[in-house]
Design a protein around this ligand. Structure first.
Ligand SMILES: *Cc1c(COP(=O)(O)O)cnc(C)c1O
Length: 431
């Protein structure tokens, strides 16, 4: 057995993966081969779309240089925003290091496009945890609620899909903006496909054509061949330390959308009157361009890791969501342990597989913006990045861990193997 694969098993052994774990995983990997081929095809398709977007935006070597001070006439920043707009099929985009994270990008999109007296609606049920304080569902300083912007929530149906009846009931004369969250976040519901988002947008427009439709696109980018811009979204919002940053962007967020929505956001981000014209890009542009260029293949690696994890943990008898056979519309894999020790062991296994901070042991703790204690594993080049191999989960029943990322497939695979080894060593599973 030892030399059947040119020493790869020995290499894994040196990394703390036993033959027992490798033997467990081998047949599962064989079954996934044709799945992985399809994922590679999607990456190929999106790679062509990204290159086309860069070519159409006329990205040249000079675009890689940054500006300082006010950042007037920053052709690199402008080329990047044009690239995003081309790729997402929107009129314009705001892509900035001054947008600090995904939550900030979403808050910015909402606060700049809503005015006192307006109402926002979530068409996809309960929004992502950190948005509760942005909206004011949980009272917070500076929330939309504090500014007199109300909120209505169209709950999902019993299968976790968008419910047209509930949307109809929530729509009223005050409704100015409807939010759709593509990825599941920390909820027990399926991630929405572009097809389902498109059908929802069509329905919402039939009720109120002028309403602004915004998609929280976090974790969804590059998982399919199209993005929400192709099915009529007015604003698409996400984080650069997730998929579109390709693991290279060290910070930032984006809003792609109609000219008016993006202008509103720019005026709020910088200042009325200044908008998109200011905002020095400093030295950050090479990582933004190159990260966006690498993102389709990186996303494919992360999806393969998620499917491999589902294959392993379903085989071990745990509930996986999505299930191994399900189609993927984001990079997140949830695994439910009903056991706090197993959740923590999984996170510690992911950490132990990291290139950076592998010697650190994660334990559950409080996190700003989250209700429960959270356990988080991320031995990342970019602090807190969740397109790098990472795992996190709230410490509450049913003890579900959310696993995502992996800049390369070999690393994602190694991470999953390491978690199995950890659970095995702690006698939390038998194989
Ligand atoms: C990650 C995420 C956010 C928030 O992004 P941060 O960068 O963590 O602030 C919002 N919505 C969804 C669905 C996410 O996955």
């Amino acid at each position: 057995m030892a030399d059947s694969n040119n020493g790869l098993n020995d290499q894994y052994m040196e990394m703390g993966i036993s033959n027992k774990v490798l033997d467990f995983a081998r047949p599962l990997l064989g079954d996934l081969r044709s799945r992985f081929e399809k994922i590679d095809e999607t990456a190929e398709y999106n790679q062509m779309r990204v290159i086309k977007a860069m070519q159409d935006a006329h990205v040249g070597e000079a675009c890689l240089l940054g500006t300082t001070g006010y950042g007037y006439d920053d052709i690199g920043r402008e080329g990047l925003e044009k690239t995003y707009a081309e790729f997402f099929r929107t009129e314009d985009a705001l892509v900035r290091p001054q947008i600090t994270c995904g939550t900030h990008a979403l808050a910015l999109a909402l606060m700049s496009n809503l005015r006192p007296g307006d109402e926002m609606m979530s068409a996809s049920g309960q929004p992502y945890d950190t948005l509760e304080e942005v909206i004011g569902i949980r009272p917070s300083k500076g929330s939309l609620a504090e500014y007199g912007i109300t909120y209505a929530q169209a709950d999902l149906d019993e299968n976790g899909h968008i419910c047209f009846d509930n949307i109809r009931k929530c729509m009223n004369e005050k409704t100015k903006l409807v939010e759709i969250q593509r990825s599941r976040g920390y909820l027990e519901r399926p991630t929405l496909s572009i097809k389902e988002i498109g059908e929802a947008i069509k329905f919402i427009r039939s009720l109120k054509p002028e309403v602004i439709i915004m998609v929280d696109n976090c974790y969804g980018e590059f998982t399919e061949r199209e993005e929400p811009g192709s099915v009529g979204a007015d604003m698409i919002v996400g984080s650069l330390i997730k998929n579109p940053g390709g693991g290279l962007a060290p910070t930032g967020g984006y809003i792609a959308g109609t000219k008016e929505c993006v202008e509103n956001a720019a005026f709020r981000l910088t200042s009325p009157g200044l908008g998109k014209e200011v905002g020095a890009s400093l030295g950050i542009l090479p990582s933004y361009y190159e990260g966006f260029f690498l993102a389709p293949v990186m996303t494919a690696a992360a999806i393969k890791g998620a499917i491999f994890a589902a294959a392993c943990y379903e085989k071990l008898g745990f509930e996986c969501f999505p299930r191994v056979a399900d189609e993927r519309h984001d990079i997140v894999q949830a695994i439910t342990f009903h056991n706090a020790d197993a959740e923590v062991a999984f996170a510690q296994g992911i950490q132990a597989a990291a290139p950076v901070d592998s010697f650190v042991t994660p334990y559950p703790d409080e996190m700003p913006g989250y209700d429960d204690q959270v356990v988080m594993a991320a031995g990342a080049f970019v602090s807190g990045s969740t397109v790098e191999l990472s795992a996190d989960g709230p410490m509450r029943e049913p003890y579900t861990v959310y696993f995502q990322g992996g800049l390369t497939w070999p690393h994602a695979k190694f991470g999953v193997l390491k978690t199995i080894q950890y659970l095995l060593d702690r006698k939390l599973i038998t194989i």
